[in-house]
Ligand binder design. Sequence first.
Ligand code: HEM
Length: 345
Amino acid sequence: MNTPQTSAAGSTSDASETGPGPRWWPNPFKELKARRAINDRLAALDPETEFHEISKLVVGRVFADGFFNDALFTVAYWRQIAVRTIAPVLHQSGRGKTYETTKRVDDTLLFFGFMYRDGWQTRAAGATIDRLAAIHERFQIPSDDFRYTLSGLCFEAVRIPEILGCQVLNDGEARALFLFWREVGRRWGIDVPEEQAAFRAWMAHYEETTYTRTPEGPLLATAMADDFCKRFFPGPLKRLGYTVLRCCADDHLLDTVGQPHPSQVSRRIIGLFVRAYAAFRRWVPASSSAQLLRPWNREYGEALDPMTVGPDWARKIAPEDRRREKAGQCPFAAAKAALHTTEDA
Ligand code: HEM
């Protein structure tokens, strides 16, 4: 399929979002108008060609609340932990960076923010993806596990509301997220199915065949959930924080990562809350300016650079350290990615 190159420039330019900045607007009416204009902009975009722009607006402005994105990420991370070959890699004999949870979560969401901001189409965006791929080459990771992690980025924002009995993204936005992450994945060298439905079916089959309770899984799941609660449900609210996360997961996932099932009533109440949240954000998006990086930059301040963000051991890893011919990555996609980089130069 011909992949359109969407414009990252224009009225939604957010290339300057590098560090802490004012979130408060002196004129609340002007701010409200600016936020509401995002809905009009979204409605005018075509998911088949402008999927990068749609993804940026949905994640970075309409639903830019840290609470929402961290809950989504934590449950998506539980899904990685449930796969029998992924949990041991993340655990790393108890030394995995998952256990330095706050930094790990911030760094990961920063990387995702860079990707949403920059896309995959330019040399700079490709360099971020290459650096991330180089970081992963330090571990033995089967190619199917990469594909599975990517499927979470494509579909988890749709699946969680389904579990809760509501809808947050419309079909066009869900399509845009799939197309966006498919292109990022292909730039990485991951072999991603062409069609949305086929990829989702592959994801479901992979879960059926690979979800296994490992000794590491419950430890990792608790570390991640504790960090989420520390940020958004501190002290006595922790139990509620856990309930929120559990309601966003299905029973198969909960059993695999060692979490108890929530009651049907809890699931219904959390579903109503998410429905109300989504309706409110459709009326007033979370921010008129991009918030893809700011919520997660406590360590770096204004010195945000995808070439230095990441675990301390990875500080010196650069995009060019990547071995493109590495087994497990689709050679055709890697060649295509190399071609794109040359064209962009
Ligand atoms: C497309 C798929 C994937 C994406 C987009 C992705 C994303 C990321 C990001 C953004 C980081 C940086 C976080 C940080 O700086 O601490 C990271 C680190 C890491 N990822 Fe992935 N990842 C993917 C697949 C996987 C898979 C399948 C595994 C395991 C089997 C894995 C294991 C790791 C490990 C071990 C680290 C280093 C930090 C640590 O020790 O926890 N990743 N990943």
